[in-house]
Design a protein around this ligand. Structure first.
Ligand code: SF4
Length: 346
């Protein structure tokens, strides 16, 4: 069996940053550190952080007044942020800067008098956070059918933004319909589907040319992982999403010569390596990294509020001048979790 590892795969810069936000907060704050919602959509990452002391909650009601709470990478609505402020919570914002960028677009477009359409999936926390940026209604468009149905007050003043982790194929179909119906539709100034989502989908498009089967490592609630499965399946290659190697099923590999492996943006590399080890052990797999893949060099600095506290209250480490966490132009760092042979190239 031949195994092709997608390049890039796994952790993106927003996920690395969000995990680091929790780890640094655990370091510098004396009291308990609460994390609202899964910091990123991956059970193993969440459990690793819980083992280090992070307390997971779904709602601010579970956070005592005055305590420290971290908002997850998916972002929160204005109402959640206001509630935290009202309660005197010490909030640290783990929202990915690329999600924050969409929030800013929404505010700017609304200020310019545009009615806003959000292309995304109902119930996803990022969508709830983006829709909750404005008091007025943002219309959610989940499908081509929605795009065909939606009514706007003034077709001359309508704009769209998107969730960051969508399928590029599906989104472009939806946008085509919207443009046909509303020729003056205002696009976002830069693409909202983030670089990590695009790069991982591009890598799957490349590996399906030679793979008979694609395995996607990622959580069931990870939007970008599910989109990777769809990208492969839409090109006629069977694809399975798994949380970890224990979910691999022998019948998937019958008659399969080449397996493509990728991982969603919140899946740690050690989970990929466990799958690789399993395929080597059971099928004598020969593993190669995708030759035409791209390497990412993206880094997001930590939130200013956390950097400021870290400078004044370093408990287990001191931020040095020029440290990319302070807002410099750093390169991607290796993953934060050590052990189990993780060695992400993201
Ligand atoms: Fe940010 Fe994209 Fe990663 Fe989401 S997938 S955390 S938007 S970089």
């Amino acid at each position: 069996m031949r195994v092709i590892l997608a390049r890039p795969r796994g952790f993106c810069a927003g996920v690395v940053r969000a995990i680091k936000v929790v780890e640094r907060s655990l370091d510098v704050f004396d009291g308990p550190v609460y994390v609202r919602h899964e910091i990123v959509h991956n059970r193993q990452v969440v459990e690793d952080l819980q083992a280090k002391g992070a307390i997971s909650v779904e709602d601010l009601d579970a956070v005592p007044d005055g305590a420290t709470v971290i908002f997850s990478a998916h972002g929160v609505s204005k109402a959640v942020a206001a509630e935290a402020k009202r309660r005197g919570l010490n909030t640290i914002d783990g929202t990915c800067p690329l999600v924050t960028k969409v929030h800013r677009q929404v505010h700017r477009l609304s200020g310019q008098g545009f009615e806003i359409l959000l292309i995304g999936h109902a119930g996803h926390p990022e969508v709830e956070g983006t829709m909750g940026q404005l008091a007025e209604k943002i219309e959610l468009i989940q499908s081509v059918e929605d795009a065909n149905r939606v009514e706007v007050a003034n077709p001359e003043r309508v704009a769209y933004v998107t969730q960051t982790t969508l399928s590029m194929d599906d989104t472009s179909k939806i946008i085509s319909v919207l443009l046909r119906r509303f020729p003056k539709l205002q696009p976002p100034p830069t693409d909202d589907i983030c670089y990590a989502t695009q790069n991982r989908q591009d890598a799957v498009r490349r590996i399906v040319k030679s793979a008979d089967l694609v395995i996607v490592i990622g959580a069931a609630n990870s939007s970008n992982s599910n989109r990777l499965v769809e990208v492969a399946a839409s090109r006629g290659v069977p694809a399975y999403r798994i949380d970890c190697a224990a979910e691999l099923q022998a019948e998937w590999f019958q008659g399969v010569g080449t397996v493509g492996i990728t991982a969603g943006a919140s899946a740690p590399e050690y989970l990929v390596q466990e799958v690789v080890s399993h395929l080597k052990e059971c099928y004598g797999a020969q593993v190669e990294s995708e030759l035409d893949g791209t390497d990412e060099d993206v880094h997001f600095p930590l939130p200013r509020e956390l950097v400021t506290v870290s400078r004044h209250r370093p408990r287990h480490g001191v931020l040095r001048e020029g440290d990319p966490d302070e807002g410099g132009h750093g390169r991607d760092r290796p993953p934060l979790r050590q052990g189990r042979g993780d060695a992400s190239d993201h």
